[in-house]
Design a protein around this ligand. Structure first.
Ligand code: SER
Length: 427
């Protein structure tokens, strides 16, 4: 089963259970200055989770584009990426745990309507309780209708409490994991399950959040007006499970990119290949939603992703023609689902190639400069190295850089340029 089929099965499954299909919002949040990009399907729905009426009703379903860059250093392992699609269904004060769990299980395991996954490879976690909310025995009991008790584990708020930030809706969650090993792990004790999770032998495929609390300034302050369900299943990870792969880069979403890379170079550096593929794919999606590389906010995140991709492409020997081909296959692969990629393909390609050209001009000289001794301020201002890339290079060399000193110098530099341009306008 390919990615297109899975997206459409998900939407149909929940439509048949009374949900209205809503389109993916842009990656750029509307009316939410707290984040640069949408990081979860629920983000555009926060006002409705807090009680505002949604025009499409109380049951919604969609596949939302998301960008998360906090785990950028993990990209290259089996499961991390900076762009992903989150399949989600929501109850805005309508159904609660009973239906949410039943439908998650049915979608995961049904051969006719869902993914047809093997129920014997499923593991479940539920919230063990703390000072904010009681132990979730209700979810535990509901799960026992579908999964043996020996594969359901109580876990702390560290993993089984979900909130969007310091302010907003939150609640206990129940997470579903799937065994992606070829041999099959069978029954696991809680300790064995935790180890299997760390080793990426079981992967999280879905998270059902029972959103009934509210957080203010980092503290849970009480219950919301309504009890909501907010679920999220990462398409790439679901694909791993369905397609029997042990990493996201072998699924149909990434394969066309990895093939181009493998056909053009001869290297075993899988991590570098995965970083190039991931960062180019994310950049395509950020650009189509209207961002261009720059030195501030979203534009800086984009610049950082592209320059990091170029650095790894350089190590691997991937030239700009191949980068162009990588952009084209992302557009081909995702175009049927997101037609604005096709309409804007020329522009996306141009932005990515231009940024690559700019950075290629200074990359090698900057690396030579770096070898002489690390001056982050010079590398940033003269050679255009994003500070995070400088930190990464320094780490590879086994040294740390003084970030505070860098930030101070940057501030002085910016203040000076501001004074200079302010002076100019006075004339
Ligand atoms: N908001 C939850 C998550 O991001 C479930 O969708 O995991």
């Amino acid at each position: 089963m390919q990615s297109n089929e899975i997206r459409s099965r998900f939407l149909k499954f929940f439509e048949a259970r009374g949900h209205k299909i809503i389109p993916s919002a842009s990656l750029i949040p509307e009316n939410d200055p707290s984040v640069l990009f949408n990081t979860a399907g629920m983000q555009p729905l926060i006002p409705y989770l807090l009680g505002q009426k949604h025009s499409e009703g109380a049951r919604l379903v969609n596949v939302q584009k998301c960008v998360r860059t906090q785990d950028i250093d993990e990209v290259g392992d089996n499961t991390h990426d900076t762009f992903f699609e989150m399949m989600g269904n929501w109850s805005l004060g309508d159904y609660f745990k009973e239906e949410a769990i039943k439908w998650s299980y049915e979608f995961l395991t049904s051969k006719e309507e869902g993914l047809g996954l093997d129920p014997k490879r499923l593991y479940i976690t539920v919230f063990e309780g703390d000072e904010n909310a009681p132990k979730d025995t209700e979810a535990f009991e509901i799960w026992q209708k579908y999964v043996p008790e020996s594969r359901i584990y109580f876990m702390s708020a560290k993993t089984n409490w979900w909130s969007v930030g310091e302010n907003g809706p939150c609640g206990a969650d129940t997470e579903m994991f799937y065994d992606v090993t070829s041999e099959g792990l069978g029954d696991l004790t809680k300790e064995e399950y935790i180890k299997a999770d760390q080793e990426q032998k079981v992967i999280e495929v879905w998270n059902d959040v029972f959103m009934e609390y509210e957080k203010k300034d980092g503290k849970v302050v009480g219950k919301l007006k309504q009890r909501n369900v907010d679920t999220g299943a990462g398409l790439e990870r679901v694909l791993m499970a369905v397609q029997g792969k042990d990493n996201i880069f072998e699924t149909d979403l990434f394969q066309p990119m990895i093939k181009i890379i493998n056909n053009s170079i001869n290297s075993n550096d899988e991590k570098a290949k995965r970083i190039v593929a991931d960062h180019i794919r994310t950049s395509v999606f950020i650009i189509v939603d209207g961002v261009i590389p720059s030195n501030t906010a979203r534009g800086y995140i984009l610049r950082r992703l592209l320059r990091r991709a170029i650095r790894y492409a350089n190590i691997l020997g991937i030239d700009k023609i191949k980068i162009g081909e990588l952009v084209d296959v992302v557009v081909d692969k995702y175009g049927p689902t997101y037609p604005n990629l096709i309409q804007n393909s020329e522009n996306i390609r141009e932005e990515i190639l231009q940024e690559g050209n700019k950075f290629r001009r200074t990359l090698n000289n900057g690396l030579k400069e770096f070898e002489k001794g690390i001056n982050p301020f010079i590398l940033f201002t003269t050679y255009g190295f994003p500070i995070e890339l400088i930190e990464e290079l320094a780490k590879e060399k086994g040294v740390t850089i003084d970030r505070q000193d860098f930030d101070r110098k940057m501030k002085e530099h910016q203040d000076k340029s501001r004074t200079a341009s302010a002076g100019m306008f006075k004339l």
